[in-house]
Design a protein around this ligand. Structure first.
Ligand code: PHE
Length: 347
């Protein structure tokens, strides 16, 4: 009997070697361990054996069962790996090689220049400890205007004419400043975050204006924040983006949600300050409206204005792209013109 068990083990081991796929493995398992399998066949004939023989044979057959099970598991993992590797080999594609992509008849892909800039700026701000937040394109009156200190009848609403929904309660957000409101709703000071995204205005388009464009909002709230902090972060950002010192100027600017408010302009990099269609012949491009957050806005955000203050800015991403790549018309960015976008392939 003992011999039979040993023979069975040998038989199993050599049968296992022949197995080359998972269905054959399942058959093998049934063949040896199933109800009508070989091991059970031997155990049945044990019925009439003497008790001590029964005991030692019982132990041996349990060992054999364990052995078979663990061998089957091992083989099953091995087969799975082989199957995965075979599939990978068949579908393998080196997407880092242009030639390989062209061989396969695929188009080389790349990011839109606005996405490229957005990601770079996100990296710069994350490295300075800022969070990245998102917000909805469809906003309500409260987040787009009211909580930003722009009440219902305020003339500043006219500066940002937008597309309203029929309920006259929802609109396409006119700026990313709504992300300030949403950011404050869910955190306690001190905090600092940026929020990039698409914004919309009902506006006639020209070389420097589009009805849909991109901004990146920034907000920092803490104790004793000053205009000097604001300028420091803006200068760091711009010199990283343009990889050189750029000339900037700060002018007073009015936005109901900041006090004092500024317009940070950079010297036009398209014409070097001489005057062109992008800078409207002035030599300067309005790039970065900013300022110290108005106390009313902080109050809407439940921030204790005795203890905390902060700055905010709204960076125009499309203009930044235009300055960096020397693009003279914002309408190229949404044109869907392949000749234009393919300049920005990432490889
Ligand atoms: N939200 C303003 C706009 O779109 C820009 C801005 C943001 C100004 C933050 C000041 C502070 O015009």
């Amino acid at each position: 009997m003992m011999q039979k068990l040993e023979d069975l083990q040998k038989e199993f081991s050599s049968a296992l070697k022949e197995v080359s796929d998972s269905s054959a493995l399942a058959n093998l398992k049934a063949d040896f361990l199933g109800k009508k399998g070989k091991l059970n066949g031997i155990l049945k004939s044990l019925k009439d054996a003497a008790p001590d023989v029964k005991k030692s044979l019982g132990m041996k057959s349990n060992e054999l069962k364990e052995f078979i099970l663990s061998e089957i598991n091992r083989k099953s993992t091995q087969l799975e790996m082989e199957e995965i590797n075979a599939r990978l080999k068949k579908n393998w594609q080196d997407i880092s090689l242009r030639a390989s992509i062209q061989d396969k008849g695929l188009q080389a892909a790349g990011y839109h220049p606005v996405s490229i800039i957005q990601r770079e700026i996100e990296d710069i701000f994350t490295s300075m400890g800022f969070e990245i937040l998102d917000g909805p394109h469809i906003e309500d009156d409260y987040h787009n205007f009211e909580a930003l200190n722009i009440p219902d009848t305020h003339p500043a609403r006219d500066m940002q004419d937008t597309f309203w929904f029929q309920d006259m309660k929802h609109l396409l957000r006119t700026h990313t400043s709504c992300i300030q409101v949403r950011g404050m709703e869910s955190r306690r000071p001190p905090f600092k975050f940026v929020g990039p995204g698409k914004v919309f205005r009902c506006e006639a388009t020209d070389a420097s204006h589009e009805a849909a464009f991109h901004q990146l909002e920034g907000m920092m709230v803490g104790k004793n924040i000053s205009v000097a902090n604001l300028i420091y972060f803006m200068k760091t950002l711009l010199s990283e983006i343009f990889r050189k010192e750029v000339n900037v100027r700060l002018r007073p600017g009015f936005f109901p949600f900041v006090e004092p408010g500024f317009e940070l302009d950079i010297e036009c990099l398209i014409c070097g300050g001489k005057g062109c269609s992008v800078c409207k012949q002035s030599g300067w491009v309005e790039l970065l409206p900013c300022g110290m957050v108005h106390p009313n806005v902080l109050k809407y955000g439940n921030v204790d204005t005795e203890e905390y203050n902060g700055f905010a800015f709204g960076l125009g991403l499309d203009r930044l792209v235009m300055m960096r790549y020397g693009i003279d018309d914002i309408r190229h960015l949404h044109s869907g013109n392949l000749a234009f976008v393919s300049r920005f392939k990432s490889f």
